[in-house]
Design a protein around this ligand. Structure first.
Ligand code: NAD
Ligand code: TYD
Length: 351
């Protein structure tokens, strides 16, 4: 059935992969990309699909209640896939308020606007909220996050995402809003803004800059290729049960320092440097405040119920990712000019 879908945050890292997948795979769907274009949003992420007849971009802020209500009235979408968010933990430690506004107030604005235009006509409607495993808090040496793990967020970012998840579920129970949610582990791949670990370190290695490893580098993350996340979102959007939550993960845990060393080896090869050259850039710096020790996802429910599994081995995905950043130098230079320099100075100057 043809659908009109508003995808929020479609100019960001994960959002651009989701928009691309939906625009290419579903030519009879109308895809509207709603994005404020913050520092993290970039229409250059979508140049390959921007002229497709089933795609439109609308610049707008999900925090702006009047604008969002008018937009939903004008467009009357069948579905929302909500990815827009402030997404970087370090920035949330520096400026929590932006996270409260976009991640919490913005999400409620979207829920209210959907509720206002959909009324009781909820058959075939869907509000898909995209969230993170960070809402579950921090694991010790063992164990995995399941959909039943109690929420225990530790950073302003994860607390704001947890809050938005609770509100989405509250709208399901209170107003029958036809919601579905997913909580995913750390993503990596092309088009990620170079403030997050992998693209930041690729850029620094390329430019022979220090690699700022927080604490001892022994924190653990579960990494998933962004295209696999986009595929999971496609599956959950179409086949997920209303009111349900699905965890998405890569079964791919890496201690930061081991991942960084692997990345250094790949970069040495790609840049024709002597083995061991890039590792010399590793610099241990002050730990992140409240740094979560370990995240790891149990994605059994998604596999058993909807048949989704990750497609790519990490080493292969990381190499593909490095290749993309090295082949897209102009993209990297564009996003790291201007405001990025101020952020970088502030974030790493005193560490
Ligand atoms: P991102 O920071 O790369 O992109 C966020 C996008 O949202 C940008 O295009 C930005 O312009 C837009 N945006 C921000 N504030 C907005 C506002 N007020 N109104 C409209 N648009 C706004 O983020 P990402 O890494 O692509 O994450 C996307 C979603 O996936 C987020 O909800 C995040 O919590 C979730 N998530 C991310 C990861 C990860 O590893 N990156 C893992 C799990 C879940
Ligand atoms: P990040 O990419 O910010 O994702 P998240 O905090 O959401 O997991 O960080 C991934 C891991 O890398 C995390 O344990 C913090 C660490 N890290 C560093 O050691 N140095 C850095 O400069 C950054 C950005 C992250």
């Amino acid at each position: 059935m043809a659908k009109k879908i508003i995808i929020t945050g479609g100019a960001g890292f994960i959002g651009s992969h989701v928009v691309r997948l939906f625009v290419n795979k579903y030519p009879d769907y109308e895809i509207i990309n709603l994005d404020k274009l913050t520092y993290a949003g970039n229409l250059a992420n979508l140049t390959d699909i921007e002229d497709k007849p089933n795609y439109r971009f609308i610049k707008g802020d999900i925090v702006d209640q009047d604008f969002i209500h008018q937009l939903f009235k004008d467009e009357n979408p069948d579905a929302v896939i909500h990815l827009a968010a402030e997404s970087h933990v370090d920035r949330s430690i520096e400026s929590p308020m932006d996270f409260i506004m976009t991640n919490i107030v913005g999400t409620v604005n979207l829920l209210n606007a959907a509720k206002a235009v959909w009324g009781d006509e909820l058959a075939d409607k869907r509000f898909y909220h995209v969230s993170t495993d960070e809402v579950y808090g921090s694991l010790g040496e063992t164990g995995l996050f399941t959909e039943e793990t109690p929420y225990d967020p530790r950073s302003p970012y994860s607390a704001s995402k947890a809050s938005s998840d609770h509100l989405v579920r509250a709208y399901y129970h209170t107003y029958n809003m036809p919601v579905v949610l997913s909580n995913c582990s750390n993503n990596y791949g092309s088009h990620q803004f170079p403030e997050k670990l992998i693209p930041l370190f690729i850029n620094n290695i390329k430019n022979n800059k220090p690699l700022p490893v927080y604490g001892k580098g022994d924190n653990v993350r579960d990494w998933l290729w962004v295209n696999d996340h986009a595929r999971a979102i496609d599956v959950i959007f179409h086949q997920g049960k209303t009111g349900e939550t699905y965890n998405i993960g890569g079964h791919n845990e890496w201690k930061n320092i081991d991942l960084i060393k692997l990345l250094c080896n790949i970069m040495d090869k790609k840049l024709n440097r002597e083995p061991g050259t890039s590792e010399k850039l590793i610099t241990y710096v002050k730990d992140r405040a409240g740094h979560d020790k370990r995240y790891a996802i149990d994605a059994t429910k998604l596999k058993n119920e909807l048949g989704w599994e990750p497609s790519l081995q990490f080493e292969e995905g990381l190499e593909k990712t490095v290749d993309w950043y090295l082949e897209n130098e102009e993209w990297l230079i564009n996003v790291t000019s201007g405001e990025y320099q101020n952020y970088y100075e502030k974030q790493y100057h005193q560490r």
